[in-house]
Design a protein around this ligand. Structure first.
Ligand code: PBG
Length: 337
């Protein structure tokens, strides 16, 4: 048969070899884009598995230091630390105690890795409160926004004093970014950066995380986290957080909210603020269950999900697969070298 008589568009021309595909790839994923969330549990002698999060550990102090050093060696961009305390109370006292488990974790990790990666800490009360909510409660049981801001400022100062480079405000209280920013600035902590969980949805996908931190929550977080039915509201949250001084904004969860991520990325590009996305515990659990059954290919799924999150507009991705993905990316680069 003769060739087509007119110049046919042939997109397949650029797909023929790996070199061609690599040359024109629009989205590139790099180990430095990835941030590993890590859990330190108070009083643990040895690292312990989390059954709903295969491959993820509750660390002891010693294993946390070791894993942090390994993550740096793998070349990832940052670590996000969470604490699992033994004692909890109504106001989450452990969160602002310099000897509280999360502040201990920050000090340990900073002394281990220094400035070789970005050490981040979760700034939220839910791991530290006996009722499991992200803030302090009023007498009627509702979360008291403005009283919570005072606790966040105390917690943020303690984390900054412990040496965290960046604080991840994940509580979804109104005004949290501005309030913590001004408390830090007044205390001379002007260099501590704020990552705002700007668009954080109420999500079933946080379920396994609540096992990881042994959450005491009864009920849900619908009065402060966003309703999954909303999209424009995410843009409003982002605009407020940027106006209040957020250095980065985040969308969470990631894969079920790629439409939100795309819109947020467009808005924050105008303000010059980088965007992060959090591939949460339930996203991991879902895929791990499929891997365990042999239903999905592990390596391809890990990289495809992360690439899709990147393509939708995230410059930074929090993922429990950070170290594994970094190694896969390096191995792929090696194959092509
Ligand atoms: C709040 C916080 C949560 C997650 C990160 N920070 C839990 C929540 O909002 O209920 C969830 C992360 C995940 O599911 O992997 N401290």
């Amino acid at each position: 048969m003769d060739a087509a008589p007119f110049p046919v568009g042939r997109p397949r021309r650029l797909r023929r070899t790996a070199a061609l595909r690599d040359l024109v790839a629009q989205t590139r994923l790099h180990p430095r884009d990835l941030v590993l969330p890590m859990f330190l549990k108070e009083g643990l002698a040895e690292a312990a598995p989390i059954s709903s999060m295969p491959g993820v550990l509750q660390h002891s102090r010693e294993s946390l230091r070791k894993a942090a050093a390994e993550a740096v060696h793998a070349g990832i961009g940052g670590l996000m630390l969470f604490g699992v305390p033994t004692a909890k109370d109504a106001v989450g006292s452990g969160a602002s105690d310099p000897d509280g488990i999360l502040n201990v974790a920050i000090r340990d990790v900073v002394s281990e890795v220094g400035d070789a990666t970005v050490v981040m800490a979760d700034l939220c009360l839910d791991e530290f409160t006996d009722h499991g909510h992200c803030g302090v409660l009023r007498e009627d049981g509702a979360v008291d926004n403005d009283a919570t801001l005072v606790r966040y400022a105390e917690m943020g100062l303690a984390q900054s004093e412990a040496g965290a480079h960046m604080l991840g405000l994940s509580g979804m209280m109104d005004g949290q970014v501005g309030f913590v920013r001004s408390a830090l600035d007044k205390a001379g902590h002007t260099d501590t950066a704020l990552l705002a969980y700007a668009a954080k949805y109420t999500s079933a996908f946080y379920g396994p995380f609540r096992d990881a931190v042994e959450s005491s929550l009864q009920g849900d977080r619908r009065t402060y986290q966003q309703d999954p039915r909303g999209l424009d509201e995410a843009l409003r949250e982002v605009e407020l957080d940027i106006a209040e001084g957020a250095d980065l904004v985040m969308v969470k969860p990631a894969l079920p909210y790629l439409d939100v991520l795309r819109r947020v990325a467009d808005v924050s590009a105008l303000a010059g603020v980088p965007v992060a996305a959090y591939q949460v515990s339930g996203e991991l659990a879902m895929a791990e269950a499929a891997f365990a059954n042999g239903w999905l290919d592990r390596e391809r799924t890990v990289l495809e999900t992360l690439t899709s999150i990147r393509r939708a507009g995230a410059g930074v991705i929090l993922t429990y697969w950070a170290v594994e993905a970094a190694r896969l990316l390096r191995a792929q680069d090696g194959e092509r070298a």
